[in-house]
Design a protein around this ligand. Structure first.
Ligand SMILES: [Zn+2]
Ligand SMILES: [Zn+2]
Length: 168
């Protein structure tokens, strides 16, 4: 059975759209992508990916610090809450609890997305190994402020691949 290739959504950089590109682990990531919206071409510097689709670095900029997060489409999550709020007076506010439960359930059903700290490219469908921990503000701070970061965390050898989860 042919396995679906992993793919990335790269911020266009010119307009606010994302460029969706397939990544064939055997060939490595694509070297460039063209935005369907504004036709801008974005050059890529894909980092390491192994034959099994294990992701070791960003497939857009090559940076090796990534974080894993659930990707609940905000519009969907908010939609459920708004409907629940409108219905609340008629349902003795039970709808709010139902909405909470639905959002909670959606959250667990959704696949995990791996984001790049530096360029915010989204990676989906890659192997679960190596695992990138969830968002760590101390890494984001270091990348944003460098040595001036108040809470910066030193770069780890090999980036975040199989790194420890942040304490907070
Ligand atoms: Zn564009
Ligand atoms: Zn990146």
């Amino acid at each position: 059975m042919a396995k679906q290739l992993p793919w990335i959504d790269v911020p266009c950089g010119v307009c606010d759209r994302y460029i969706a590109l397939k990544v064939d682990p055997k060939l490595g990531g694509p070297q460039s992508g063209v935005c369907k919206e504004c036709s801008a071409e974005r050059k890529l510097a894909p980092g390491r990916v192994d034959e099994d689709g294990g992701l070791f670095a960003c497939q857009c900029c090559g940076h090796d610090e990534l974080y894993t997060s659930k990707d609940l489409p905000k519009a969907l999550g908010m939609g459920v809450v708004i409907v629940a709020a409108v219905l609340a007076p008629w349902t003795n506010y039970i709808s709010l609890f139902v909405a909470g439960a639905i959002d909670f359930g959606l959250y667990f059903m959704l696949p995990e997305t791996v984001f790049c700290y530096r360029c915010e490219t989204e990676h989906r469908g890659f192997s679960e190994k190596p695992k990138h921990p969830r968002f760590d503000l101390q890494i984001a701070d270091r990348l944003a402020y460098g040595n001036k970061a108040v809470m910066g965390k030193a770069h780890r050898e090999g980036g975040t691949a199989d790194g420890p989860e942040p304490e907070h």
